[in-house]
Write a protein that binds this ligand. Sequence first.
Ligand code: KG4
Ligand code: ZN
Length: 338
Amino acid sequence: KENIYILAIESSCDDTSAAVMCNTTRLSNVVATQKIHEEYGGVVPELASRAHQQNIVPVVHQALDKANIDKKQLSAIAFTRGPGLMGSLLVGTSFAKSMALGLQIPLIEVNHMQAHILAHFIEEEGSESPSFPFLALTISGGHTQVVLVKDYLDMEVLGETLDDAVGEAFDKSAKILGLPYPGGPLVDKYARLGNPDAFQFPKPKVEGLNFSFSGLKTSVLYFIQRERKKDPDFVETHLNDICASIQKTIVNILMDKLKAAVKQTGITQVAIGGGVSANSGIRKALQEAEEDYGWKTYIPKFEYCTDNAAMIGIVGYLKYRMGDFSDQSITARARYVI
Ligand code: KG4
Ligand code: ZN
């Protein structure tokens, strides 16, 4: 069978990424992370779309160069249609549309959240893909969802956050502790050195498989304010224990819902995706669940956890095989359910 080469473009938030796939294998996956947002303590949409405009051409060229592919060899262009920041999505969408038009090849729209899940099907040495049906937990700075994955493009959201995403819970807690943005990886780093039982934070009571994280941020804020009144150096002297306790609370919230989802569906294959999958606490909890409850868990390579175009490319490949193409009238969608 003839090889299928997909150029994929991802620009939903603050990473500009382009990848080239040959069937299910990634030939290149270039990511330009926007540093500009650090000084603002969060992603500034207007700055993000401007940075995408600056990055997109060099990033696409690099992806083609690294893959050692001429654009004339491409079979199709896949792009993130949504969900995400409108201004950011528009950059990738317009670029993909004009490139497909110029090359006279098919255009394929991709849902970013489906891509986080289907990243598990990128073929790598030593990697193993889940079989259907399985449960997916997508945890990032923008999303928190438990999804029942019945087939490649047949998914059902069983639960999601009612307010903040889990990545925001990490980042906002980190901000309260005076850590730079994005604080999630730093909370993880300090948590490894601390005692997770040092402090108690309440777990929210949320119906069904939905999540809520805004209460945690508030309780961290009040707790820190109270302790700082007694001891102005409280955060500095207890940073590891505070981070370990926050992380333990977040991991427990996620694991409680995952256990409930396994109970509800009877499915014990669990795959995770999204930037927070890098967290050592959640990784450890999943490994323990394999031993304690007999689950089979799938954790993608870090490169495919955070926002990247290879995950858009694998969906592009799957849709190409199904002949599921988009036409030139397609528009970006800030809200786009699975
Ligand atoms: O998937 P991603 O790169 O972008 C979004 O779509 O949001 O996820 C970024 C999020 C940020 O909130 C970041 O703090 C969090 O993932 N994150 C972590 C870790 N690494 C990244 N949170 C906790 N522990 C980590 N090790
Ligand atoms: Zn994402």
